[in-house]
Design a protein around this ligand. Structure first.
Ligand code: PLP
Length: 387
């Protein structure tokens, strides 16, 4: 019997490929986006305690109530908005699952979804699995290099049609490290004000915003919040990507639909980590604020070591990635250069072309700086010697 793939255009993700190559060649791994350090020890203990105390069975489908209440309180303190913990927050097994739930709940066959590239790789395939049509706009890397907003509002406006069901935003952004400023949100609100489009806002790096900038969530934009889903990830915030825990915030009418899908995807996120997260956050009310300063220190540690005049670095305002412009170093494609860098020089990275279906204006590599200082020093040494 012939098996017809439902995702014929996709192979193994570049993250798995580069991490596999890094392991094979014992390269320093700045490729995949995960920290080299552990979650706080008190958090580890809280999760272990939850297991020892018998919190090992199914959680309620939307998540344990005490964590949802605490999150609603936190969101109120951070963003000055009221979220109903019972009807507007849903704990999910990681943001990737949350994105899957939101796209599946919203996108019907033939619906168009506008995404921005380069961008996280899970959006397009899930849209396609749901019969949606992906419309791609391109972030303006040249504008970012000039210190201007890279968001392609004109292009997004031109892609909008009466079939547009969803516009997908990611702030802070992977891989470019840019953020949505208030003016950007206003532009989006204006563009879609007369359309039937919803907004899906991937905010997994919301607690990694650098240089005194503030994260602005879609939840804070009244013109959008009533038709938006915001996606958060404890994996990112707790330096525990392997724990796969995140949450969705959306108005109650949307949440009803999200939960209908979620109950048949996973039913619930895992219990001991929810209990541990609750206990840890309760006892550490300022924890999230420490994450930005840690990541800023990491970015600056790497930047201070870098002195190769033929590599230029894009500005990074958030998330934990720095992007190098390698146009002056190589005639090869960024993907081939990334493989050489791993195999011959022992440094693994991700080529930016992997985040985009369309051709980028130059050649770029993405480096994850959520690593121990020693690793960052070693990576910088390799980069500084490239000619
Ligand atoms: C932009 C973006 N969204 C979502 C995710 C996935 O988050 P999680 O590990 O919670 O599924 C990532 C992980 O790298 C990401 O970079």
């Amino acid at each position: 019997m012939e098996l017809t793939s439902k995702l014929p255009g996709y192979g193994v993700s570049i993250f798995s490929v580069m991490s596999g190559l890094a392991a094979k060649h014992q390269a320093i791994n700045l490729s995949q986006g995960f920290p080299e350090f552990n979650p706080p020890i008190e958090l580890q203990e809280a999760v272990a305690d939850a297991m020892r105390n018998g919190r090992n069975q199914y959680a309620p489908m939307p998540g344990i109530p005490e964590l949802r209440e605490l999150l609603a309180q936190r969101i109120h303190d951070w963003r000055s908005v009221s979220i109903n913990p019972d009807s507007e927050i849903t704990l999910v097994p990681g943001a990737t699952a949350g994105l899957y739930v939101a796209i599946t709940a919203l996108v019907r066959p033939g619906d168009e979804v506008i995404i921005v590239e380069p961008g996280y790789d899970s959006y397009a395939p899930v849209i396609e699995l749901n019969g949606g049509v992906v419309k791609r706009a391109n972030l303006r890397i040249d504008a970012l290099q000039r210190g201007e907003s890279p968001w392609p509002w004109k292009e997004i406006k031109s892609l909008l049609s009466n079939k547009t069901r969803l516009v997908l935003i990611n702030t802070p952004h992977n891989p470019l490290g840019c953020i949505m400023e208030m003016d950007d949100w206003n532009q989006l609100a204006d563009i879609i004000k007369d359309s039937k489009a919803f907004v899906l806002s991937d905010e997994v790096y919301e607690h990694m915003v650098l240089d005194g900038k503030q994260h602005i969530s879609v939840l804070q934009i009244p013109e959008l919040a009533h038709k938006a889903v915001a996606v958060s990830s404890f994996g990112k915030t707790f330096h525990a990507t392997g724990w796969k825990l995140g949450y969705l915030c959306a108005p109650s009418d949307l949440t009803v639909e999200l939960r209908k899908v979620f109950q048949f995807l996973a039913f619930a996120a895992n219990t001991p980590m929810q209990v541990g997260a609750y206990q840890f956050l309760l006892e550490n009310p300022d924890y999230e604020f420490t994450v930005s300063s840690l990541m800023q220190q990491k970015r600056d540690t790497l930047l201070k070591q870098l002195n190769n005049p033929i590599i230029t670095w894009l500005p990074c305002q958030g998330a934990y990635f720095l992007v190098a412009d390698i146009g002056q170093i190589t005639q090869k494609s960024d993907a081939d250069f990334a493989i050489d860098l791993t195999v011959e020089k022992g440094l693994a990275t991700i080529p930016l072309s992997a985040f985009s279906k369309q051709t980028l204006p130059g050649k770029y590599l993405r480096f994850c700086f959520a690593k121990n200082d020693d690793t960052l020093y070693k990576a910088a040494q390799i980069l500084n010697q490239l000619t």
